[in-house]
Design a protein around this ligand. Structure first.
Ligand code: LLP
Length: 424
């Protein structure tokens, strides 16, 4: 690797200084030394600039950016977005509790998800959230009944399934007919009429989300046109909406993808709704946090194999599941790069599964004890981690200039089984 100039990583606040990686004004080697590995490390400046790109793209339009908490739900990150004025898209009572604990405002929360329980609905009604994104007729009835019991009116949007192909990984496409998400487009009008007759609901909007890691703005623009037609039909029937929620989905660069900027992604959508007054809501997750974070890990062993070499690191599929789950590519960078005698490695963890890899077939010049940074790990990294093999979950650090804040302590083994009992 060329150490004289900083390569174009997808994380702009990551730079090479005196031969090693720094995030903002903080050395990754120092972080590893102080807090150990594996550790997730996030750049506050990168979070803020990703949010600013969305705000700028929406300037002049009444709009609310509701950060999709599932992408990264650490309180440190939520509080950064809360301070920037973000709303939040949640999918569980747990996520609502996190948002409130981090200083987020309930009246800027939208609640998505196909399986909201009564307890979660009650919690959200009592908190006074902005909107329930309803995904079925049964959910509509349940919410109406519960709101009645609590003497409240529940604000709702129907999440409609526009049946467009988002052209992304099948596991993360959500807007096609065969998906469990949303209500069928053809049923939406009838369901709105039904909702308008239910006394404890207040129709607030319409929502859709077609998938994640979208690299082409066209499918979303197609979905937006369908939504606009529906909004016009509803208006003609006297059902006026306050907001239109266009979901999340904007992709990021992991390897060599060329995702649209927030401005280019949003331009065709703003065009579709030009001249309409409803507030536009969005639920971005990955595009706000994905490239603001990395996973710092240390090489435990190098193991030359018969057909390939392995770099066995102290992070594993329990820390970052995306490679095992989606065969996802994450860039791997040596924290102190040198390219003298690079060889090809699979970067693997210590877990007892052949699927436990973080990267395959990478050219690295490494030795036992070296540090690696797994890039683009800010979204769906820590939130999808597990304790498989009784591995305590990683620490999380938020870098702000030269400060490194522990926003989550490394778990201890004792914590892992503190709620368990020995059977007599
Ligand atoms: N809104 C709804 C209703 C969603 O289901 C999602 C993501 C989002 C917003 C945020 O989408 P984003 O802007 O992050 O694309 N674990 C997978 C991604 C699953 C996405 C699930 N829904 C991964 O690691 O790629």
């Amino acid at each position: 690797m060329n150490t004289s100039a900083t390569p174009a990583w997808p994380l702009p606040t990551l730079t090479l200084r005196e031969g090693a990686l720094w995030l903002e004004e903080t050395s990754l080697e120092d972080i590893a030394q102080r807090f150990g590995t594996p550790t997730y490390v996030y750049s506050r400046a990168a979070l803020e600039s990703a949010f600013a790109a969305w705000k700028q793209a929406l300037a002049g339009r009444r709009a609310l950016v509701c950060y999709a908490v599932k992408a990264n739900s650490n309180l440190g990150i939520l509080s950064v977005f809360a301070r920037l004025g973000a709303g939040f898209d949640i999918v569980s009572g747990g996520e609502l509790a996190r948002v409130l604990a981090a200083g987020g405002r309930a009246d800027k929360v939208v609640f998505s998800g196909v399986g909201k329980t009564r307890a979660e609905m009650r919690q959200a009604l009592e908190a006074g959230i902005r909107c329930f994104n309803i995904e079925s007729a049964a959910e509509l009835e349940r919410l109406n009944a519960l709101a009645g019991e609590l003497g409240k009116q529940a604000p709702i949007a129907l999440r409609v399934n526009p049946d467009v192909d988002p052209k992304t990984h099948p596991y993360i496409s959500t807007g096609l007919k065969g998906n469990k998400f949303g209500v069928a487009f053809a049923d939406a009008l009838a369901l709105y009429r039904q909702a308008s007759r239910l006394p404890h609901l207040r129709i607030s909007g319409v929502a859709c989300h077609i998938g994640s890691q979208l690299l082409d703005p066209a499918p979303m623009a197609e979905a937006a046109e369908k939504l606009r037609d529906l909004v016009e039909q509803l208006a003609a029937e006297g059902i006026a909406l306050e907001h239109i929620d266009l979901g999340g989905g904007l992709g990021i660069r992991y390897r060599d993808e060329t995702p649209p900027s927030a401005t280019d992604y949003l331009a065709p959508l703003l065009e579709v709704f030009a001249g309409r007054n409803e507030e536009l809501c969005f639920e971005p997750g990955r595009s706000l946090v994905g490239n603001a974070g990395l996973l710092l890990t240390r090489i435990e062993y190098l193991k030359p194999g018969e057909t390939k070499n392995f770099a066995i690191v102290d992070a594993a599929m329990n820390d970052l599941a995306r490679p095992a789950l989606y065969d996802a590519w994450h860039e791997v960078v040596e924290v102190r790069p040198c390219a003298a005698s690079a060889a090809q490695y699979d970067v693997v963890g210590p877990i007892c599964e052949s699927g436990d890899f973080l990267a395959r077939g990478r050219m690295l010049d490494v030795a036992e004890g070296d540090l690696l940074a797994i890039l683009s790990a800010g979204a769906y990294g820590m939130t999808m981690s597990s304790n498989y093999n009784t591995r305590p979950r990683a620490a999380e650090i938020l870098v702000e200039g030269s400060r490194a804040l522990v926003v989550r302590e490394r778990e201890t083994v004792a914590e892992l089984f503190s709620g368990e009992r020995v059977a007599n």
